[in-house]
Design a protein around this ligand. Structure first.
Ligand code: IPE
Ligand code: IPE
Ligand code: MG
Length: 245
């Protein structure tokens, strides 16, 4: 896929590990929750920029399966921010023809949040613009284990031959079924790890780590990440075009 002008290689699917809210707040002597609030503003800016640039699919990691281990006040603030984000921004996302999908374990979430997530998906299901995947209460190991469990149940019920299990059949049980793998995974705040994010889907993703803290993120930082992506050469185990015949 090429960009609007020039030979710019634009990723189809950009996934973002939005990290550094707490540090942003601490650096300013503010409570961590304030960083999360500013993080929602950064999310709005970044999603708008991604739509303008023409990114087809954006995934944002907003709460991990392991984030429950934070203090209850922080956890409940994050739940509140998700609710507020959906209530305030769903209409605008729908207006912009964004199709919203949620990845993650919903059964552990409060009924009002579950209802909002279902509403967001249902309202925007037929939209044909950008796809926005919100990874909330998401963990990649949990996701892979759930997909494996489903296949095991089919085998146990006599409905599946174990020999039929392939990467494709497992993939069909992931929350990203039908969505192309992320071409680019961005993590902010300088941390260089995946933290249980899309480990299956990241097999051939380009990883870009940016030192900027998430509340400061926006169009400029996204453009930098996209420029870095455009400089990468994806080989998928093959040979570089220069090394070829
Ligand atoms: C990312 O910011 C948001 C979530 C994990 C929910 P952090 O809260 O992890 O911020 P730091 O890493 O402590 O700075
Ligand atoms: C990963 O960030 C989760 C999200 C950004 C939502 P964390 O801040 O939770 O990750 P660790 O603990 O630094 O690995
Ligand atoms: Mg963090």
């Amino acid at each position: 896929m090429t960009g609007g002008s020039g030979p710019v290689t634009l990723p189809r699917h950009v996934a973002i590990i939005m990290d550094g809210n707490g540090r942003w707040a601490t650096q300013r002597g503010l409570p961590r929750v304030e960083g999360h609030r500013k993080g929602v503003e950064a999310l709005r800016r970044t999603l708008k920029a991604a739509r303008e640039i023409g990114i087809e699919i954006v995934t944002v990691y907003s709460f991990s399966s392991e984030n429950w281990s934070r203090p209850p006040t922080e956890v409940s603030a994050l739940m509140g921010l998700l609710k507020r984000f959906i209530r305030n921004d769903l209409a605008e996302l729908h207006e912009a023809k964004v199709r919203v999908r949620i990845a993650g374990e919903r059964n552990d979430l409060a009924p009002d949040i579950r209802a909002l997530l279902t509403e967001a998906e249902a309202l925007t299901a037929a939209n044909t613009g950008q796809t926005l995947i919100v990874a909330f209460n998401y963990g990649s190991r949990q996701e892979i284990a759930a997909a494996a469990r489903r296949l095991a149940e089919e085998v146990a019920a006599g409905r599946r031959d174990p020999a039929s299990i392939t990467p494709e059949t497992l993939e069909a049980g992931l929350s990203t079924a039908g969505i192309p793998d992320p071409d680019l995974i961005i993590r902010t705040s300088g941390e260089m790890r995946l933290s249980n994010f899309m480990m299956w889907q990241a097999a051939y993703s380009e990883l870009v780590f940016q030192p900027i803290l998430w509340p400061d993120y926006g169009r400029d930082a996204l453009m930098e990440a996209l420029a870095e992506y455009a400089r990468r050469e994806r080989r998928y185990g093959g040979l570089s075009s220069a090394a070829g015949a």
